[in-house]
Design a protein around this ligand. Sequence first.
Ligand SMILES: [Zn+2]
Length: 450
Amino acid sequence: MKGKIKFAPEYYHRSRQTLEFALSSLDAYKPWRELDPGPNFPVDARYAALPVLTKADIRRHFPRGFVPPDRDIDRGLESGEISFVQTSGSSDSVRVTNIWYQKWWDAAEEASWGLNAHTAVLSHGDVPEAILANARNVGFISDDVDLPLEKRRLSRFLYLNEKTDPSRWSAALMERMLDELGTFRPVILEANPSLLARLCRYAVASGRKDVYQPAVIIFTYEYPSVLHLRQIRRIFRVPMASSYGSTETGYVFMQCEAGRFHQNSRFCRVDMQPLKEEHGGPALARLLVTTFDNPWYYILRFDVGDLVRVESTMHCPCGRRDGVILSAVEGRFTNATLDCRGRLVTLRELDEAMGTIEEIDEYRLEQTSADRYVIHLVSEQKNSRALSRKVQDRLRGVYGRDADITIAYADGLAPEDSGKYSLARTLFPLRIEDYLAAGGGTVEDRASSA
Ligand SMILES: [Zn+2]
C-alpha cells in the first residue's frame, strides 16, 4: 500500500491565501491569472495549472513584482529591515538578486531544526556556529591577507574560511581552521561538504587526531558526495544532516536523524513534477517551491533546479508524518548526464557508483557527446592501472558498455566561478522539459502513483 501525504489544515489555507494574493496583487504573477482555474477547484489543481517561476522571471520583475504594493521597499532597505543579496552566478545558472528578510529567514531555519532530533534540542539564536564555506558564498573575502579570528566573527557565527579558491588553501590555513574549532568550540559546524572533506583529508594526512567535535554537522550549499562524506567521517564522529534550500526559498527540507528529508511545511509549499518513466519518474521529480508568510517576498512555484526522489510510502522511521518526505535529493539538473542510450543519469546515481571506489579523493565527470565521457580524478594512486580499470568498470555500469571513457588525473580540482564544485555535467545543453512527464498533476497524485 502506498502512503498518502499528510498536511495540517493550515497548509492548504496558506497555499490558497498565498496563491490568491500573488495572482491578484503582484505584477510578477499577473500573466498567470488567466491560467488559474479558480476557487471552485482544489488548491493543488490550481497550483498545477500554473507555470514555473524561473531565475530569469525573478530578474525581469525584481524587486517590485514580488513585493506587496503597500510595502515601501526603499524604507525597508534604509531601515535595514531588508537587504538585497546576490546569489553566486555559475556557468549554468543566471546570477540573481533576491530580497533578504532576516527575520523570516531565522524563523524558517528554526522551524527546520525541529525536523531533526539533533538540532531540535538546540536553542536557536544563541548556539555558537562555525561555518566552513566558500567566502564567495558567505562570510568575509580576503584572498591575499589571512584575517584573524575577530575579523571573521558575526553575531553567533565564526567563518572559518576567507578564501575564494579553496584548492589553494595552505597547510598553515588548514591548521588554523582545525585549531579554531578547538578554541571557538561551536555547537554546530555548518559546512560545504567538499570543503570539509578537503580539511579532513588534510587532518588525516597530517596525523591530527585531536580535532574538536561539534554536537552536529549540517551540510549546505552543495550536494554531499559519498566520497566527501567518507572523508569527513574519518575525522568527525558526530551526527550529520543535510539542510536543503536556497536563497530564493529559505529552508525547504531538513534531513532527519533517519536520513530522509522532511518538508519545512510551515514555511513552504512544494510541488513535484515527475520525470518520464524511462528517466526515473514518477518517483524522480523536479522540485518547485512556494514560500509562505514572507511579507517582503512572494515566491511561487520556483524551480530550484534540483531533482528529488519522493518517498513513496510517505513513512519515515523517525515517526514524523507531516508534509512531503523525500528518500533523497538527487542533485541539480545541470549536474545530470545521459547514458549511451539517452537515459537521464542523476548526480546521485553517478556518485553512488563512484563512491564505491575508496582510492578516489575527488572527481569531475564531463560528458562531451552522446557516448563520450571524460573523468577528472584526484587520487593518491595517480595513474594506477588497477584504479583506472575500476573507474572504467563503474562508469560503464552506469553509462553502458559502449561508453567511451577518458580518464584524466589531476592534482586538484578548482571550484566553478560560483564557488561550488561541479561533480558532473554535459558539455551540450539539456532541457528539463524534454524529460518531464506530460501533464501536470499534484503532489498527491505523485505520492499515490510513485
Ligand atoms: Zn524522518
